[in-house]
Design a protein around this ligand. Structure first.
Ligand SMILES: [Zn+2]
Length: 75
């Protein structure tokens, strides 16, 4: 029975480290602490980029609204 269990464990889809792609046992998210820290850094950067994108969109919308307002209000 142990042989079958080993076989099944081998067949179980294992995870991959999101940073370096090394296959890691299921349940684990990263292969090493270094990759975990790198991932956290990446996530932080992504969050900041998203905030910057929201600000850019808000600015754009503000300009559009101002432009439309001027068009409607006339000279
Ligand atoms: Zn890794």
């Amino acid at each position: 029975m142990s042989g079958e269990k080993e076989y099944r464990e081998f067949k179980i889809p294992h995870g991959h480290c999101p940073i370096c792609g090394i296959s890691i046992p299921e349940g684990k998210k990263f292969c090493s602490r270094k990759c975990m820290e790198e991932y956290e850094e990446l996530k932080k950067l992504e969050k900041r980029n998203r905030i910057l994108a929201y600000i850019a969109i808000a600015w754009f919308l503000m300009f559009v609204i101002l432009y439309v307002y001027k068009m409607v209000a006339g000279p």
